[in-house]
Design a protein around this ligand. Structure first.
Ligand SMILES: CC(C)(COP(=O)(O)OP(=O)(O)OC[C@H]1O[C@@H](n2cnc3c(N)ncnc32)[C@H](O)[C@@H]1OP(=O)(O)O)[C@@H](O)C(=O)NCCC(=O)NCCS
Length: 170
């Protein structure tokens, strides 16, 4: 059984290397990264999984954003090492981190990703929410952690203030 642990500053280099391995080159040029520039990730929601020998297998991060003046979480990146994909680790990190987000009092989550994967966690297309261009609107997905949290929430996703993440990584 793997133990899910919060990411610390000491893990950052390895997590970045895992993301570089799992995503296409130039990932940080994506418009979603402009929402993360200069804003620390959310304390307590950046999590990772290592195998018993300490090799990093999976990681997830979240950032605070605003949508039409409402606070929201931007989920991602999430990545699982290619040798460990399809074993349920991504699902473990998704469910665990979303539970922690709810416990921390967050109401709504959005991400840019493949609906066929994220729908299993309850994510649905957000019709009235626009990520910075160029983003395929079909990939802008949301999840309510509190009933009705996305009702009447619409508009551009914008960068949060740096203090909205509280302390960032430990
Ligand atoms: C996407 C990712 C995080 C999923 O983690 P994982 O540990 O491999 O996933 P799980 O084992 O929890 O779930 C596997 C299931 O998800 C499905 N799945 C994985 N990626 C998918 C995708 N992009 N679209 C649709 N289904 C997908 C698998 O087919 C499998 O389906 P099954 O349960 O019906 O067999 C991982 O594959 C990964 O790191 N991919 C590369 C980076 C990436 O694309 N990150 C997400 C950005 S949107």
């Amino acid at each position: 059984m793997y133990e899910i642990r919060p990411e610390t500053h000491a893990d950052e280099y390895e997590v970045e290397a895992l993301y570089d391995l799992c995503f296409a080159p130039g990932r940080t040029a994506l418009s979603s990264y402009r929402l993360r520039d200069g804003v620390p990730p959310v304390a307590g929601l950046c999590l990772l999984l290592r195998d018993p020998s300490g090799i990093l297998l999976a990681a997830i991060r979240y950032w605070p954003v605003h949508v039409g003046g409402n606070a929201a979480l931007l989920l991602g990146p999430i990545a699982v090492h290619p040798t460990a994909q399809g074993e349920g680790l991504g699902g473990m990190l998704m469910r665990d981190s979303l539970g922690r987000a709810s416990d921390l009092g967050w109401s709504r989550v959005l991400l840019v990703g493949d609906a066929p994967y994220y729908s299993r966690f309850g994510f649905e297309r957000l019709d009235h929410v626009q990520m910075p261009p160029p983003t395929n609107p079909d990939r802008v997905l949301g999840l309510e952690l509190r009933p009705g949290a996305w009702v009447d929430v619409a508009g551009q996703v914008t960068r949060a203030a740096s203090q909205d993440a509280s302390a960032g990584l430990a």
